[in-house]
Design a protein around this ligand. Structure first.
Ligand code: TIU
Length: 730
């Protein structure tokens, strides 16, 4: 049974204690531990004792289940139980309890000992891996777990939340052990779980399996649901056509490229046989044409032939269209403060230009995921500015209007996405450099929590506040990139610990449909232009119409933290990453506004005492902001702000470069000072004349709002932003 709701496609099938209903886009299939060690003779499972055949009987139904879920486009997670080769993650009880049992003759080999399939339950060994029949394909998540449950000491909760998953269909081995423990752990974290009877089994099939399944659905679903395979397959069957095409029958005529550069559209087209070469050819035509409109987007454009070769290479590396990496053939640009081996990194500051021998990890990661590099984009010099008017490589303008600024510092990045020349751009955000220009070009600008994506290999602006920003067409593209890029980099001194404390999720009922949001007080919003103020009011109504509850907040920490950024000593850090004599030696080679700013910093003669006072203030405001997002009756899920108070013309900025710049950061400056995450999302358009007050002015400009959230609460913030984006579309 399928119907469409605000949550996407809802499906339902018969289960115990009553029908299991699940939103397809928010449901994951979780396959537990279908490893050789548990399913083949001489593996760890056989040593545990019991009926190996019973366990093997779950393979065929699990394969059917997996194929149906893949065909319906569902998210798939696999888990593997096992330990690091040095067993440092294996508690002694798990290692030796069975062996130490009086009279034991069965457990002669323990975890880490060498068996016929390699060292038992040890990562990297043959026996540890998933059986061939159920081998994961690119894009599916594999969770290595040291426990019986899947949540202890793993990132599974984070990864499920990152994908906005609320419902789980669970299968795998063994029913009485890892399957049951995982369902109980998931249940405690708020997931709606349904186990599939035929697709799970245990060594003690005779009595434990039935009891275990009964215990799950007992008491009106105390821990979840148990369903049979066939009713679920029946529920999924109408969707199967949306799945992958059989690799044996490639289409005779390759599909044409419709120009849609969003990641899911490209993924679908490539699956149907579109060639990345066709996409590269089409975008180079567009790039050439756009040079007439705006010659200041690129600092380095890959030669067309090099991009075509990369596309050909990709196509031959991945011949199976059903197993493509997630960014296969997705074209992207890179802000020219981010290193790419062999290409000059200019940071729009020729005296600083250098050719690195290694690339930034962010670049390597998207390349490894199949993305196609197109060029390095213009930026405000030293990534310092929110305007896009501070570069020796020219002044890009908004894709909406040639007289209006593109914003910065990630100017070229956001124009390249806004003008549909690439799918995404890797950029940075210190004071708003990823959010402001996204707003001015009608695209999404996402600044994940600092330290969750590596910032190595990037010329710093203000290292203790710098952050990667992702310029994308949609919130879901930003989310996809985030999932690919996130990960602890032990060589990045500002990297946050790998695992955060994750809050539970709300999967059903009124709590799953509502969220609380705060806004700045009227006094703070008074800085906005009339159209920005009007459109922000409309945004509030829109948020209320999609379930948002406007909740009073203490705005003062946000406002004070914003002031701290430029009025305090943090600007001095912009000089800290440069050689001591840099300013003296290079003043004449700098952009005049950059030089003026740097001179002003030096002239302040800030002392170490001043800097410590500011650090203490930052700690205080950060704690106060944490309370705003607190996990309590009074906390909000997001604080919503206009991304910028107004949109300047290029000539306005050139006439008054520093003041105009600082006004633009009114609602972004606090983001990194307070360790927040934030995503700027298009929120409609307004007529230029409403801003200029001149009746004759033609055209429209984009309005943008930013959703700010607490440190590491990215998944929840992105989900509210996605719902808003969806609401704006209709
Ligand atoms: N012993 C047993 O039945 N199972 C395990 O040790 N692991 C899993 O269930 N995967």
């Amino acid at each position: 049974m399928a119907n469409n709701s605000s949550n996407g496609t809802m499906l339902s099938f018969d289960a115990k204690p009553y029908a299991f209903s699940f939103p397809l886009e928010h449901t994951a299939l979780v396959i537990i531990d279908m490893q050789r060690d548990f399913l083949l003779t001489k593996g760890f499972g056989e040593i545990q004792g019991g009926n190996l055949e019973a366990v093997q009987a779950s393979i065929a139904p699990t394969k059917k289940l997996l194929e149906a879920c893949r065909g319906a486009g569902m998210t798939v997670f696999h888990t593997r139980e096992g330990h690091k080769p040095d067993l440092s993650d294996c508690p002694s009880s798990k290692l030796i309890r069975q062996e130490a049992a009086p009279g034991n003759t069965q457990h002669k080999l323990v975890i880490g000992d060498k068996g016929e399939l390699g060292r038992l339950l040890t990562r990297g060994e043959y026996g540890h891996d998933i059986i061939d029949e159920l081998k994961p394909i690119p894009g599916e998540v594999v969770i290595d777990k040291p426990g019986k449950g899947s949540f202890w000491n793993t990132t599974i909760l984070h990864q499920l939340k990152a994908r906005a998953i609320t419902h789980l269909i669970v299968s795998g081995v063994t029913t009485e052990c890892c399957f049951a423990t995982t369902i109980r752990e998931a249940n405690d974290r708020g997931f709606e779980c349904c186990g599939i009877e035929e697709a799970t089994s245990g060594y003690n099939d005779a009595c434990f399996k039935k009891s275990t399944l009964d215990m799950i659905h007992w008491s009106q679903g105390l821990f979840g649901y148990i369903g049979s395979l066939q009713p679920l397959l029946d529920a999924l069957s109408p969707l199967l056509s949306k799945g992958p095409v059989p690799s044996s029958t490639p289409p005779q005529t390759p599909p044409i490229f419709d120009g849609d550069l969003t990641i899911p559209a490209l993924q679908r087209a490539y699956k149907r046989g579109l060639s990345p070469v066709t996409v590269v050819e089409a975008i180079y035509e567009k790039i050439e044409a756009y040079k007439e409109i705006d010659p200041a987007v690129w600092i380095h454009l890959q030669p067309r032939e090099a991009a075509l070769n990369a596309a050909r290479q990709l196509a031959s590396t991945y011949p199976d269209r059903n197993a493509l990496p997630p960014l296969f053939g997705v074209p992207f640009s890179v802000k020219d403060s981010i290193d790419i081996a062999g290409l000059s990194t200019t940071t729009a500051c020729p005296p600083l230009a250098h050719v690195p021998s290694t690339s930034a990890p962010v670049y390597d990661k998207v390349i490894a995921a199949g993305a196609l590099f197109i060029g390095k984009a213009n930026l405000d010099q030293l990534a310092t500015g929110l305007v896009g008017c501070r570069s020796p490589y020219g002044i890009p303008h908004s894709v909406y209007h040639k007289d209006y600024i593109s914003g910065g510092s990630s100017s070229g990045s956001t124009v390249s996405v806004g003008a549909n020349l690439v799918s995404f751009s890797l950029a940075t955000d210190t004071a708003g450099s990823g959010r402001v220009p996204a707003g001015f070009n009608g695209i999404v600008g996402y600044k994940p929590t600092r330290g969750t994506i590596s910032f190595r290999g990037i010329t710093p602006a203000c290292l203790s506040l710098d952050c990667i920003a992702l310029s994308t067409k949609t919130v879901s593209d930003a989310r996809t990139l985030w999932q690919i890029l996130e990960g602890h980099d032990s060589l990045d001194p500002y990297a946050k610990p790998e695992m955060a404390f994750e809050r539970h999720i709300n999967s059903i009922g009124p709590q799953s449909r509502t969220f609380k949001f705060g806004i700045p007080p009227p006094g703070a919003l008074a800085i906005c232009s009339p159209p920005a103020r009007r459109m922000f009011n409309e945004t509030i109504s829109k948020l209320q119409s999609i379930g948002g509850v406007l909740t009073p907040i203490d705005w003062s920490p946000f406002q004070k933290a914003g002031q701290l950024l430029y009025d305090g000593t943090f600007v001095s850090e912009r000089l800290a990453s440069l050689p001591d004599d840099f300013l003296e030696k290079n003043r004449s080679a700098l952009h005049p506004v950059t030089a003026q700013l740097m001179d002003a910093v030096v002239a302040r003669k800030s002392s170490a005492v001043d800097a410590y006072r500011d650090l203490q203030a930052q700690a205080l405001y950060t704690r106060q902001a944490e309370k705003v997002f607190a996990y309590s009756a009074s906390g909000v899920d997001v604080v919503v702000v206009p991304t910028t108070p107004t949109h300047w013309r290029v000539d306005e900025v050139l006439a008054d470069p520093i003041k105009k710049n600082s006004i633009l950061g009114e609602f972004t400056h606090c983001g990194n000072v307070l360790d927040l995450c934030g995503v700027a999302v298009p929120a409609g358009m307004y007529p230029v004349k409403e801003l200029s007050g001149k009746e004759g002015d033609e055209g429209v400009l984009p309005f943008s709002v930013t959703f700010l959230g607490g440190s590491r609460l990215d998944a929840g913030v992105l989900e509210v932003a996605r719902r808003f984006e969806e609401g704006v579309k209709v």
